[in-house]
Design a protein around this ligand. Sequence first.
Ligand SMILES: Cc1ncc(COP(=O)(O)O)c(C=O)c1O
Length: 443
Amino acid sequence: MAIKEKMQPIQSNEEIIEVRKKHFLPTAFLYYKTPVQLVKAKGNYVYDEKGNEYLDAIGGIVCISAGHNHPKIKEALLEMLNNDEIQHTSTIFLNQHITNLAKKIIAEAPKKIDRCSFTNSGSEANELAMMAARHATGETMIVNLRHGYHGGTGATLSSCGQHSWRFKAQPVASVTSALEPYCYRCPFNQKPESCHLECAKNVETTIQTSTHGKIAAFIAEPILGVGGFITPPKEYFHEVAKIVHNYGGQYISDEVQTGAGRSGGNFLHTKDLEIDADMVTMAKGFGNGAAIGATLMKSDIAESLAGKVHFNTFGGDPYQTVQALKTMEIIEEENLIENARIMGEYLMDSLKGLMKKHKLIGEIRGKGLLVGIELVKDQKTKEYAAEECKELMELCKNKGLLIGKGGLFGNVVRLAPALSINKKQIDFLVKVIDESLRELDKK
Ligand SMILES: Cc1ncc(COP(=O)(O)O)c(C=O)c1O
């Protein structure tokens, strides 16, 4: 049956907006002047309450890796329900799904990382990683990156490199920030072809000037997601990992956005970049939209926690773990990482083709199916084109394409579709962006 015929009577957008205004916190933001109500989804498409179809080029919010409502995930969940499988249990009892997932994710982890703990979100995964690093080292200081984002909880907000996500009078506990490895807007005014990795060396200067000389951890995303898909060079990470270890710290690689095969290389981008990480955190695409995250770590860090209790009521729940396990199986069986590589290159090349036509495009960057388009008012001055980015999103939405945005000033288009996207869908995506940019250029 077509999606449209399966539509149920639903509340109007106005009714929903009214309740949100009355009962939500004002921190909950909406995309678009006329917000979209999403009610159904299949593969790479989502549908509003009227049955209008949109190509989902941001994968929920970088969460859909195998595709919306994948039949194999549906089948597995329905089977569990039909068999009256236990809906909730925790790590206090034995259950095979969580251990099956543990084995599978550890098989994808960088060498020497062989322990894991499951959470409900990326914030919790990072929270646990930072706590473990502090406990293992006996140090408190965490080094983060300006422009980085690691979640909305206490420790993660403390290491947030963006003002919009921080709140007044929140203590920033024991965190110091290194300068961003942002080649397009290098804080050292260098060019990638001739620089001396000043940004990596700045991690050392930051430790030397704002800590007592030892740190608990360094945390960074291999590609800075919320920051606007800032994509540092591979060498950056090698240099930084050496520095972090020299100062006694643990390297935490936050793969909440980059993980689950999105880079088109390994399941974890940390492995593609050969980062000498001590911990890797995951969420988003790991569960294809299920509320599951993970903290992976080396045994010595895990062992340092012995004798203490760490418990997460819903972390590793059977339904979440089955969704993550099925997602991993689908990614493997359907060769989705290879598809992400091929389609990612095709997308990047097609978008680079648009650069010649549209002055608003400052840079196209990313890896695999994590692609950013930085919009600027002027290619020389690189003035942030934030309003134009909003307008572009609006124009694309009206043509049936959902895209995301990011960057410190909201001027970077973020594209992160499900890994199953095909060439025809990418052609549509690029055509819509091209047409919308043309309309914007005219304005
Ligand atoms: C890199 C990164 N880390 C952590 C988080 C926090 O994840 P969650 O929203 O699931 O708590 C996010 C969320 O956007 C993220 O992008």
